[in-house]
Design a protein around this ligand. Structure first.
Ligand SMILES: [Zn+2]
Length: 1210
């Protein structure tokens, strides 16, 4: 009987489509998803009953029988024997057979017990939740309703009645049957639904089950098939696919109460109620629009008899209903809050046309994508179509519009109108923002047409935040934590919020919201951005971070265009650009913006004066005074220190600055607090005079001591009330006063576990010997951060002496400043570098009093921050200063509690700061990335530079926490894991699209060790980078990296941008002796592999490791060339590069390369020239030849060997 109504071919197509949809949507859901069959009735059943009816299915739906627990409720008298029979396997009377009735009954419950022990609601609830299935003796059914309570019926735990009196065999049969049947409860209302299959069954079984279930269900309803309006099949998160459409019921009345949305109340559990209840007197098709909110895509069921020609087009898109007074149509078909966008045109088809004609062409079946392009107007065959001048013509069934060919294409969710020209994959902004959880009005839609192989989320790249501001380690995010962990890739974003500020050509648009106030999400406080969705005709916007729907302030309202985008989008940078700057109103200020303050604390101890540090620092500061940002408000103070602290009265009225020495360091007294920090413009003369005389002032009777701690306290007193930038010039280990440090350096600890302690900051002794507290420097730095003081620390020891950078580095690290290190400082060698770096530090654009917060789409969270900052609150980064060089790496993790449900995820970084001109601004960067459940897709989208950056930074942390050995082995393992994940992920990604589970379970693909690992193109360089990192100055083993150098490298690495880590990890090596002629525009010569094979004695090579430049001059290199390139300083024999003569000579070519390299680095690249055979420096150069094997721990593999090693273990 069913066959003539339900076409199994049609069902098969739908099943195929749904399976396809599931595959591409989320492959990681290990639980089977249930196919729900929904039957829309023309007339609600008159005798609904909570009693479950069993509908036999050819294939057992549940695959988890072993885990299901059943409870049988019986009369008291029957309990003993039933219990014996079912639970103990004893058959009454027959002692020989111990055949336990293993039908999933775990408890036999007597009625009296139910009465007494489950009186409390809580107990009943517990009982309900303890079992999956309830059975009962049919004789106790009447008593159960009251005893069990309503919740059993709501949660589909209605007991299934069995007859126990017929004996064990019959009971067994009944239980077995119950187990293999679908349960169906005929409720009131016109929608009947049951679960007919799960995705564990194969396609054929699902089809057979669906047909049988439909048949069985229909046989339970009055009037059988004549009462069936529609049949649809769906998965939990899919659209409903129609598989049958019945003839319309005869309408009886056309005067519906307009206010009452028809059919909706009748929809139990939000299932899409098909059609209408004719009893209420609606035209059959008209109410279907309101009935569609769940994504029901009904086939053409419209009766075509009535010619609606010429009738006024009802707003809902003109159901060509026959005969109803047209005036009645609009009210009855328009649901209250939905505008014309929700409209759809019904295809006026032949009467009671079987759906196959249309649905049969549904493109999901054969996997071909829907045809691109042309506006999907009314189907051409619909001669009777209302030819209204409809721009909003696209037929959107809440997400599915029947395409011209009959295919189904997704449209923008949220009832927003689909763009006529882009009904199909144009999943733009709006789609990205599909609310995390579909609601009645915003159904969760499949991410792409069902035929698409992978989710196609189209992100408007023109609105994306520039990659230099924010860059993610993958361009497609894993959709779940399982995919993320299966890929083994570090997940994170490197954010450089002011990256382009020193470039003239990239100013950000400044937006002033004025009286409207800054438009932010009420719930998560994210800022409005190009990726929010505009809903409810533009009266609301849905947040792309948390999914909350916010009201649009009246003054900010704007009409939407046909694509659901605001018409003023292009005029408003905040709606069209991923990076904008907002003017912050008063409530974003704790205090009025402070003037830019620069305080210089200069170590004037003997070594400092002798090395020329004081001289270079003073002269550079003087040169920079004109370009300090923030004139005319800029304030300046100078403090110097040796064994005592010196303050300088710089008051403009004084003829010359006067020095005030405070020798008592224990309780530092600050004299004349008002005259120390002065306005730069007013006191310019005094300041110039002081800087000119500073080196001489202290050269007379220099003290060997350096009381850095007291100087920091002095600076803290001088500038604490305003904050600002504190530049500290230190030339030795602080050795007097409260924060003196001990020389902890212990060369014997190098290469051992003890090395880690040298890399950690020194800790202060607590009250008891075992108790240690945070370092003085840490405490002071945190205090600085609170007072908005950022420290730029220049450490320039004139000798090779230890300065405990591990401890000193806390100052710039916590206060978001920067560390500069000049080992063996001499003004000749390092003046250029110090001058360049100090100039940059003083004159670069700086954001003062900054805080940064990063928000991620619900389902993701920031799990770790790296860089220089102090965390205030739990996720607010306090940055007293933020500069173009400030780089923060954020690791991102999936939130265990809130799965990521959107097809794309957003990361929004917002930086609140004061510009040097005293304006409070909020800089907002928004990055939106698609997500995918396929490990292969995720891995292929990896950005290896960011991956290496994050791995390196994670290794820095591991080094400090667990030591170098542990950090190296973790890094190596991580590399192997990624390679393994890619290899296995790729081989199994095709298995039904369920990539990730296969990865976890699948055995390793057989692969010979010698075979290089098959990596996606994106990750080809990862093993090389990992190996190079193992050999870098940051992580290499052995005893040749001193503690200060290591601390410096680790600290620098922690704040590096991906662009820079690339060169740090795998330095660039150029052959200077055969540079090609310079080109315009400039292009670097081809780099060489970092192997001794690339080097020969007759050559000259330039190496750039992002921290410095080295030129290695071979012993047999052309003397003429050497003469033309280098000159020797007669005073100290130091070899230098000659200045660029211009033109096109070998020297000029080399100078150009060096100049270009320097341009790309934030730090000044000093150039060192190393002769072949130099016993001190040549090993440092050769360290960088990372492709060769070496003898220190971590360096034992050559590149080939490392690849083989990775391949073997992956
Ligand atoms: Zn939000």
């Amino acid at each position: 009987m069913a066959e003539q109504h339900l076409d199994s071919k049609q069902v098969r197509k739908a099943v195929k489509a749904l399976l396809g949809h599931r595959q591409q949507k989320n492959t990681l859901d290990l639980d089977a998803a249930a196919f729900t069959l929904q039957v829309g009735l023309k007339k609600a059943p008159v005798d609904p009953s909570p009693k479950p009816r069993l509908i036999p299915l050819p294939h057992r739906v549940r695959n988890d029988a072993g885990d299901r627990r059943g409870c049988l409720i019986v009369k008291d008298a029957d309990k003993p024997w039933l219990k014996a029979l079912l639970l103990d396997g004893e058959r009454p009377g027959a002692k020989t057979t111990r055949t336990k009735l293993d039908e999933g009954i775990h408890k036999v419950l007597a009625l009296s017990k139910l009465r007494t022990s489950y009186k409390q609601f809580k107990d009943r609830r517990e009982l309900r939740d303890r079992f999956d299935d309830f059975y009962c003796d049919d004789r106790v059914v009447p008593m159960l309703g009251k005893l069990l309570g309503k919740s059993f019926f709501d949660r589909k735990r209605q007991p299934i009645s069995v007859r126990v009196t017929r004996g064990p065999e019959s009971l067994r049969e009944q239980l077995r049957k119950a187990d293999s049947c679908a349960r169906f409860v005929l409720k009131e209302g016109t929608c009947a639904a049951l679960v007919c299959a799960t995705t564990d069954l194969n396609e054929k079984e699902i089809v057979e089950n669906a047909v049988a279930a439909c048949d069985g269900l229909v046989s339970c309803v009055p009037k059988k098939w004549r009462n069936v309006q529609s049949v649809v099949l769906k998965l939990p998160d899919s659209a409903s696919l129609p598989v049958f459409a019945g003839a319309p019921a005869a309408p009886r009345s056309y005067a519906p109460p307009a206010a009452r949305p028809p059919a909706a109340p009748a929809a139990p559990r939000g299932l899409a109620p098909p059609a209408t209840a004719p009893a209420r007197g609606f035209a059959p098709q008209a109410p279907r629009a309101p009935a569609a909110p769940r994504g029901l895509a009904p086939p053409a069921t419209a009766p075509a008899r009535g010619p609606p020609m010429g009738a006024p087009r009802p707003p809902m898109g003109a159901a060509p209903a026959r005969g109803p007074p047209m005036g009645a149509a609009p009210p009855m078909s328009a649901p209250p809050a939905r505008g014309p966008q929700a409209a759809f045109h019904q295809v006026p088809a032949r009467a009671a046309q079987p759906p196959t004609a249309q649905f049969g062409q549904m493109r999901v079946a054969d996997g071909a994508p829907p045809p691109p392009g042309p506006p999907r107007g009314p189907p051409s065959r619909s001669g009777s179509m209302v030819s209204a001048p409809s721009q909003q013509a696209p037929k959107t069934f809440q997400g599915y519009a029947p395409a011209a060919e009959g295919g189904y294409v997704p449209t923008a969710p949220g009832g927003a109108a689909a763009p006529p020209g882009a009904a199909q994959p144009s999943r733009s902004r709006a789609d990205i923002l599909a609310s995390p959880r579909g609601s009645m009005s915003q159904p969760a839609l499949p991410a792409a047409p069902m035929s698409m192989p992978a989710p196609q989320v189209e992100i408007d790249e023109s609105s994306q935040c520039d990659g230099r501001y924010m860059r993610c380690s993958v361009k497609t995010l894993p959709s779940t934590a399982q995919v993320a962990s299966a890929s083994k890739l570090p997940l994170g974003v490197v954010c450089q919020p002011m990256a382009l500020d020193s470039q003239q050509d990239a100013p950000l648009d400044v937006v002033n919201f004025g009286s409207t106030g800054i438009v932010r999400c009420k719930k998560c406080r994210a800022y409005v951005n190009p990726f929010v969705a505009w809903v409810n005709n533009g009266r609301q916007w849905r947040c792309n971070v948390c999914g909350f729907s916010n009201d649009v302030p009246n003054s900010y309202f704007c009409q939407l265009d046909e694509r659901g985008r605001r018409r003023d989008r292009d005029q408003r940078p905040e709606l069209s650009k991923g990076s904008v700057e907002l003017v912050a109103p008063g409530e974003y200020m704790v205090r009025p913006p402070q003037p830019p303050v620069y305080v210089f604390a200069v170590d004037v101890s003997a070594p400092s004066v002798a090395s020329g540090l004081v001289n270079v620092a003073a002269s550079t500061i003087k040169k920079c005074l004109d370009s300090l940002p923030g004139a005319p408000r800029t304030q300046v103070a100078v403090v110097t220190y040796d064994s005592s602290v010196h303050f300088y009265n710089l008051k403009a009225s004084l003829k010359q600055p006067s020095m005030l020495t405070v020798p008592d360091l224990t309780d530092l007294f600050v004299p004349l607090p008002d005259d120390l920090l002065v306005n730069l413009a007013e006191s310019r003369e005094s300041i110039d005079m002081l800087l000119d005389s500073l080196p001489q002032m202290h050269s007379g009777s220099p003290s060997p001591a350096s009381c850095l701690g007291a100087a920091l306290t002095a600076a803290y007193r001088v500038m604490g009330h305003v904050g600002g930038k504190l530049c500290v010039f230190q030339s030795q280990l602080p050795n007097c006063g409260e924060a003196a440090l001990k020389n902890r350096e212990n060369p014997r600890a190098y290469g051992t576990d003890g090395e880690r302690m040298l890399l950690l900051a020194e800790q202060s002794k607590g009250k008891s010997p075992e108790q240690t507290t945070a370092s003085w420097y840490e405490t002071r730095a945190i205090e600085f951060s609170r007072l908005q003081i950022g420290v730029e620390l220049f450490v320039a020891p004139p000798t090779n002496a230890y300065v405990d950078l591990a401890t000193l580095a806390l100052l710039p690290k916590i206060t978001a400043g920067q560390l500069y290190y000049y080992p063996q400082f001499s003004s000749k060698k390092d003046a250029a570098k110090l001058e360049a770096e100090l100039t940059r530090a003083l004159t670069r654009p700086t954001g003062f009093e900054a805080v940064m917060r990063v928000r991620c789409t619900r389902g993701l969270r920031v799990s770790a921050f790296r860089g220089n900052y102090y965390v205030r609150g739990h996720d607010l980064l306090a940055l007293p200063n933020c500069t173009p060089e400030s780089v923060f790496a954020l690791e991102i993790a999936h939130d265990a509690e809130a799965p990521l449900t959107a097809g794309a995820a957003s990361v929004q970084a917002s930086l609140l700061y004061t510009t040097s001109s005293g304006e409070r601004r909020i800089r907002v960067h928004t990055l939106v990335l698609p997500t995918s459940p396929d490990v292969g897709v995720v891995a292929a989208s990896a950005d290896v530079d960011v991956v290496a950056n994050l791995l390196a930074k994670a290794s820095v942390e591991a080094t400090l926490k667990a030591g170098l050995d542990a950090a190296r082995s973790r890094l190596q393992q991580r590399c192997i894991d990624v390679v393994a994940a890619c290899r296995h992920g790729r081989s199994s990604a095709s298995v039904g699209g369920y990539g990730a589970p296969a990865v976890r379970g699948a055995p390793a693909a057989p692969q010979t060790p010698s075979q290089p690992p098959k990596l996606p193109e994106s990750l080809q360089l990862l093993p090389l980078y990992c190996m190079a990192l193992l050999k870098s100055a940051a992580f290499r083993g052995g005893a040749d990296v001193r503690a200060d150098e290591r601390s410096y490298t680790l600290q620098r690495l922690d704040g590096m941008a991906p662009e820079q880590t690339r060169s740090f990890v795998y330095p660039r090596l150029f052959a200077l002796h055969k540079l090609p002629p310079s080109q315009t525009p400039f292009a670097f010569p081809p780099p060489l592999n970092l192997s001794a094979e690339s080097i020969s004695s007759d050559g000259i090579y330039l190496l750039d490791d992002s921290l410095q430049l080295m030129v290695w001059v071979g012993g047999a290199s052309d003397p003429k060339l050497c003469d033309s390139l280098f000159l020797q300083d007669p005073s100290d024999g130091r070899v230098m590069m000659k200045p660029d003569p211009g033109g096109d000579s070998p020297l000029s070519r080399a100078c150009k390369v060096i100049a270009e390299l320097r341009k790309t680095r934030p730090a000044y690249l000093a150039l060192e020239i190393i002769r072949e055979g130099d016993p001190q420096r040549q090993p440092v150069f050769f360290r960088h030849l990372v492709e060769d094997h070496a003898s220190f721990p971590g360096g034992q593999y050559s590149y080939q060997e490392f690849m083989a090693h990775v391949s073997r273990h992956a």
